[in-house]
Design a protein around this ligand. Structure first.
Ligand SMILES: [Zn+2]
Ligand SMILES: [Zn+2]
Length: 303
C-alpha cells in the first residue's frame, strides 16, 4: 500500500533573476497544492523541504521539472502518513545555504567537488589516507554520522570555514570526503575546500538521505539516524545488520535519539531525553530548569 503523504527534499543551484517575484509565484503554487514546509529562494537558486499528499507532491515535482529554472532536480522522496510541517514558510535570502563568504563568495555552478554516487562513496570511505568531514551542525551529527568522520564542533554552517582553517594540518595531503543531509551544503562546502587549495575533494551525491535509500549502499557505515528539519526529527539510514545508536539521554546515559525541547521557556534548549526520564523528570534539560519551572510555572511551555 502506498502512503497517503510524501515528504520532499530538494535543491537546485540555478539563476533566479527576481527572487521576490519568483517567491510570490511559488507561494501561490504551494498554497494551491496545500503543501507545508520550508523553502529558501535566492538569486543563486532554491532549497526546500515540503510535505503534502502524494498527489500534490507529484504535481509539485511536475511543475518544477517543467520549469527551465528548476528542471533536473534530484528529488528525495519519503513516504509519510501525514504532514510533517506545521506551516508553510517561503523566504527570500541572499544565499540558499548560509556560508557568508562575503567578498570570496562563489557559485557551486562554477566550482564544486566531484560527486560520488552512494556505491562509490561506500568504497571511498574504506580507502587509506581518507578523511571524511561531516558538513552539518553539531546537533545534527550528535544523533548520527558516518563512522570515523571528523565532526566539526560548530553550531552553524557559517562557522565551517574557520573550522577548516583551524584544522588545516589534519586535512593537508588527504583525500577529503564531505557529506551532509541532502547534498546542498556540500555543493558549497566542497567548492570552498577547493578554493582553500585542497585538491583531492569529493562530495556525497544526494547526501545521507540518498545514501540510505541506495540499494547498493543500504546506508552501510552510517551510525545512528539522520537529523531532519521537520517534525520527524530524524530518519533511519543504515539498513544493514548491526546499525547502532550513537547518542544518549542527557539524564541517564542510555542510548537515545529522542530530541526534546526544554519545557522551561527561557531555556528551550534542544536535548536528548529517553522516554523513562521524560516521564519521571519532566521535559527539562537540567535540574536547574526544572527548579526554575516550579518557581515560575507560567514560563513553562504547555502550562
Ligand atoms: Zn534517560
Ligand atoms: Zn533547560
Amino acid at each position: 500500500m502506498t502512503a497517503p503523504y510524501e515528504v520532499l527534499l530538494y535543491y537546485k543551484y540555478s539563476r533566479i533573476a527576481d527572487p521576490e517575484a519568483y517567491a510570490a509565484e511559488h507561494r501561490d503554487l504551494c498554497k494551491r497544492l496545500n503543501l507545508l514546509g520550508r523553502i529558501l529562494i535566492a538569486q543563486e537558486g532554491i532549497n526546500g523541504t515540503v510535505s503534502g499528499t502524494a498527489e500534490s507532491c507529484a504535481a509539485y515535482r511536475a511543475a518544477l521539472d517543467e520549469d527551465p529554472v528548476t528542471a533536473g532536480i534530484a528529488w528525495k522522496i519519503d513516504p509519510s502518513e501525514e504532514h510533517v510541517f506545521p506551516r508553510l514558510s517561503i523566504k527570500v535570502r541572499s544565499e540558499v545555504v548560509t556560508l557568508e563568504l562575503g567578498e570570496e563568495d562563489f557559485s557551486p555552478e562554477d566550482l564544486t567537488a566531484t560527486h560520488l554516487k552512494p556505491e562509490e562513496w561506500k568504497e571511498a570511505m574504506k580507502e587509506e589516507n581518507v578523511v571524511m568531514i561531516d558538513a552539518r551542525n553539531d546537533y545534527e551529527w550528535e544523533i548520527g554520522r558516518f563512522e570515523n568522520a571528523l565532526l566539526p564542533d560548530v553550531p552553524s554552517f557559517r562557522d565551517l570555514p574557520k573550522w577548516v582553517r583551524d584544522h588545516r594540518e589534519e586535512l593537508e595531503g588527504k583525500k577529503i570526503l564531505t557529506y551532509c543531509t541532502g547534498g546542498i551544503r556540500c555543493e558549497k562546502f566542497s567548492g570552498f575546500l577547493l578554493k582553500e587549495g585542497f585538491t583531492d575533494v569529493y562530495q556525497l551525491d544526494g547526501g545521507i538521505v540518498t545514501y540510505g535509500k541506495s540499494e547498493e549502499a543500504k546506508g552501510e557505515g552510517f551510525e545512528g539516524e539522520c537529523y531532519v528539519f521537520d517534525e520527524r526529527l530524524s530518519v533511519p539510514v543504515n539498513r544493514t545488520e548491526g546499525a547502532k545508536v550513537v547518542s544518549s539521554c542527557v539524564h541517564c546515559g542510555t542510548p537515545s535519539i529522542r530530541y526534546r525541547n526544554c519545557g522551561w521557556q527561557p531555556c528551550n534548549a534542544q536535548f536528548l531525553c529517553c522516554e523513562n526520564c521524560e516521564e519521571s523528570f519532566g521535559k527539562f534539560c537540567a535540574p536547574i530548569c526544572k527548579e526554575a519551572a516550579t518557581m515560575c510555572p507560567a514560563a513553562v511551555i504547555g502550562y
